[in-house]
Design a protein around this ligand. Structure first.
Ligand code: LLP
Length: 425
């Protein structure tokens, strides 16, 4: 479900050749497809239409202004986690009134900024945070709309670093504590109890954890509606995407073992709509990866190929500072040459130039023969790609391009050497 495809052996994004982009703008280079972003947003929105959904794009997955503007125009709100993210939303023409603000460590300045701009709600993660928000709201003579983030203690069955909804995790308020939390909160003059929310994790590829968590939350949400007049229920984000097409086509043994079909907006909706509809509440969702993940690729050039008796190392000019997911989560990104290369597949390690063994995109992956100067694309890099990038090893960050049909937008200029030392002395 994206607009990256091959035409006469060459990879394209919408109407634009990726080789032409790499030639003109250099590598490493992030390329996003505006049409894919819009379609993902719309497909999820329509699948959930009966729930009166408000989709708040989790912009931690991709916060480029041009990407945000594309989604704001499509109607998206935003899930934010910092004052910096709110600043970006406003710069991109998004509305504060469609922003929900999550995170366990909001600072006084961030809370005051969000209150002045009039966000939709704070997703509150503890009692001390609620008191902090109340104090700042009273000082500013405002009433802060909030929803408690509930930790439902449901295992999302995903990577441990992106599991958030069990009592092991720092997130949310334990399920059992919620009724007392709302009763106490209702006595705070600076607080309006607007909703209740949860987020159990990320890259969840089966509907079961979502359905289990929603079912567990249902009676609680009904009680809060009756007692405190809440208006919405927040399902969080977490919809997983397909990183490895072998999984999608059912050829991988692992996928065959799974009982559930790949998660699509329709399978997700079929699982949660019947559970949530009886609530009669507005439903807020925070999808990040589902919208941006397969809407972006990272292009890289092969610098050298180093063949030893033991290994075939393909050394590219992108590194873990540009795309950290393989190093951090052992995650899989499909690697495709920009122009088809024929020949026997060779078990290869694709690595970057950074001085760490972890700077490895894949190990022993069967790839066609590649040589210096060839270009490759890391697919499904639109979420948590650029936003997690850094200047490690004093590497300027990549440029970002947004393609919309034939149109090419330089969504972010490549950093220069001077950018590397800006502000230093
Ligand atoms: N809502 C909240 C409160 C979140 O913490 C997150 C993600 C989302 C929504 C969006 O989740 P999504 O729909 O994108 O799964 N860097 C990791 C993912 C970290 C997710 C953090 N929270 C990765 O590259 O896989």
């Amino acid at each position: 479900m994206h607009h990256f495809y091959r035409k006469n052996g060459s990879l394209f994004c919408e109407d634009v050749s990726l080789s032409a982009l790499a030639e003109k703008y250099g590598t490493p280079l992030y390329v996003y497809s505006a049409r894919t972003l819009r379609e993902h947003y719309q497909r999820l929105d329509s699948a959930l239409a009966t729930l009166d959904p408000m989709l708040c794009f989790a912009m931690k997955s991709n916060s480029n202004l041009s990407v945000l503007r594309t989604l704001a125009r499509a109607g998206a709100g935003f899930d934010i986690v910092s004052g910096g993210e709110l600043f970006r939303v406003l710069k991109a023409g998004g509305k504060a009134a469609r922003c929900v603000f999550a995170g366990v460590g909001k600072t006084d300045d961030e809370i005051a900024f969000a209150l002045r701009e009039g966000i939709f709600a704070f997703h509150v993660e503890s009692w001390p945070e609620l008191e902090q928000i109340n104090r700042i709201a009273l000082r500013l003579k405002k009433v802060a709309p909030v929803a408690a983030r509930v930790n439902p203690n449901v295992d999302a069955d995903t990577h441990h670093k992106i599991t958030t909804g069990t009592y092991e995790n720092k997130f949310g308020i334990p399920f059992e504590d919620i009724p007392a939390f709302y009763d106490k909160a209702s006595r705070l003059a600076g607080i309006q109890l607007r909703g209740v929310q949860m987020h159990i994790g990320s890259q969840i590829i089966s509907v079961k954890p979502f359905r289990d968590a929603a079912k567990k939350m249902l009676p609680l949400a009904l009680t809060l509606k009756a007692r405190h007049g809440i208006e919405y229920f927040g399902m969080g984000g977490g919809l997983g995407i397909v990183y490895d097409p072998a999984l999608e086509s059912g050829t991988a043994a692992w996928w065959k073992k799974q009982k559930n079909p790949p998660l699509t907006p329709e399978t997700y909706a079929a699982a949660i709509v019947p559970v949530l509809q009886p609530l009669g509440l507005k439903i807020v969702l925070e999808p990040g990866r589902f919208i941006s993940g397969n809407a972006g690729v990272l292009l890289a050039s092969v610098v050298n190929v180093k063949k030893t008796a033991h290994k075939n190392f393909i050394i590219v000019d992108a590194a873990m500072n540009d795309l950290i997911r393989p190093a951090f989560y052992e995650s899989y990104h499909q690697i495709e040459p920009l122009t088809v290369r024929r020949g026997k597949l060779i078990g290869s390690d694709v690595v970057g130039p950074i001085c760490e063994s972890g700077d490895t995109f894949c190990k022993e992956r069967p790839l066609p023969p590649l040589s210096a100067g060839d270009r490759v694309a890391f697919l499904s890099a639109g979420a948590y790609g650029f936003t997690m990038s850094s200047n490690y090893n004093s590497r300027p960050r990549t440029a970002e391009i947004l393609v919309d049909g034939k149109k090419i937008i330089v969504a972010r200029k490549r950093e220069t050497l001077d950018d590397l030392i800006r502000g230093e002395r």
